[in-house]
Design a protein around this ligand. Structure first.
Ligand code: PLP
Length: 400
């Protein structure tokens, strides 16, 4: 049976305290108990339905977590204050000092910096590999490897991970496959394809209004319980908890994600095809020229398309900057990092979201200076948008 992530969200039914159509927001950091015994049991984690303290859990956070778990097809989920607040506890929970991680080399710059510069301080080493080459991935696995880490569609190069085969590799070597699915919500369902843990930065498409940061870890009840454990849970002890008010607002935005993703994808494909036809080096998983186009097709929940992210290479950083400034002046979008907004956002990753990666390493992984990453907006008239972008490109001789 085909997996229907948006139906799973739609089918959840919650009511507010007074019959409201949205669940009531739990505007409390702490909770009262009628008996001291129940408080003790709750601390020990065995008093279902009782809340103790909002760093541990809160009704609003659980509602949002439940909806995201339904979307990803996992048993449960834990929301966090940011995407990094989801990624870092997962890796710290799964690895002890002396352990090893095999990670895709093209990942979000913050995650890369965490692996390379931060978690290494605790003697957890990472090998960065080309995730599209399964033999290279397998060759990097050592007896100390605990985690295989990747993004379904990578930031910023839009490489596509072969999640089914990576999951098989993880199983063979007794590793956990952790997949950051921030770039492809609804389109790709990593847990259904075999990933053990699925992470999102909710900051991006899922919330979709660029008004907050947020994150989530989707996984088994056992793993999420571990993350939340009061004695040794990394989410609980590092404390990157989401605020209840935000959980409530993200839940409301999540309900329109399927419509927004379809529009982001429709516009993304339209522009990618046009840019490519104009002779620009264009990367978009929906283009036949993308090396993993067929792989993406084989994994995707078709109706949500190939996503809203695309890159073009305009040859030099100077040209990229000129073009982005002109596009912003003409109100075609914003020169800003992040993604998933109603307006198109564009940035040059080498000097922004991937600046944590050294110039040499950027070169090895194929991240060139002239690369512009676009998060395509929800424009109703994408043909008009294209014509205006085309005019900018022509004026600046990006195209002839
Ligand atoms: N994962 C990906 C793919 C990202 O692009 C980002 C942020 O840009 C993150 C994780 C980190 O999320 P946050 O900024 O919400 O901490």
């Amino acid at each position: 049976m085909k997996f229907k992530p948006a139906n799973n969200i739609q089918d959840l039914q919650y009511f507010g305290e007074f019959g409201g159509v949205n669940p009531s927001i739990s505007d409390s950091s702490t909770y009262t108990f009628l008996s001291a015994k129940t408080m003790f049991d709750t601390f020990e984690g065995n008093a279902d339905g009782c809340y103790l303290y909002s760093r541990h859990s809160s009704p609003s956070n659980l509602y949002l977590g439940e909806a995201l778990a339904a979307m990803e097809g996992t048993e449960t989920a834990n929301v966090s204050a940011s995407g990094m607040g989801a990624i870092t506890p997962v890796l710290l929970q799964l690895c002890d000092s002396g352990d090893h991680i095999v990670s895709s080399r093209t990942i979000y710059g913050g995650t890369y910096a965490f692996l390379k510069n931060f978690i290494s301080r605790f003697k957890i080493e990472t090998s960065f590999v080309d995730i599209t080459k399964l033999d290279i991935v397998e060759a990097a696995i050592t007896k100390n490897t605990k985690v295989l880490y990747c993004e379904s569609v990578s930031n910023p190069l839009l490489e596509v991970a072969d999640i089914k085969n990576l999951a098989a590799l993880a199983k063979k070597h007794n590793l956990k496959l952790v997949v950051d699915n921030t770039f492809s919500p609804l389109s790709i369902s990593p847990a259904i394809l075999g990933a053990d843990v699925v992470i999102h930065s909710l900051t991006k498409f899922i919330n979709g209004s660029s008004d907050t940061v947020g994150g989530v870890v989707c996984g088994t009840q056992e793993f999420i319980n571990e993350l939340r454990n009061v004695n040794h849970g990394a989410s609980m002890l590092l404390g990157s908890t989401m605020d209840s008010l935000r959980a409530a607002s993200i839940l409301k935005n999540l309900r329109t994600l399927h419509i927004r993703m379809q529009q982001h994808s429709k516009n993304g494909l339209f522009l990618a095809e046009k840019f490519e036809a104009d002779g620009l080096r264009t990367v978009y998983p929906g283009l036949e020229s993308h090396p993993s186009h067929e792989l993406f097709k084989s994994m995707m929940n078709t109706q949500y398309g190939f996503g809203g992210m695309l890159t073009i290479d305009v040859g030099s950083l100077e040209k990229a900057n000129e073009l982005m400034e002109l596009m912003q002046n003409r109100n075609l979008g914003y020169l800003a990092v992040s993604l998933g907004f109603y307006k198109t956002l564009f940035s040059a990753p080498g000097t922004s979201t991937s600046s944590e990666i050294s110039p040499d390493e950027q070169k090895t992984m194929g991240l060139s200076n002239g690369l512009i990453r676009f998060s395509i907006g929800l424009d109703d008239d994408i043909e008009r948008t294209y014509k205006m972008i085309n005019k900018c490109m022509t004026e600046l001789h990006v195209i002839n």
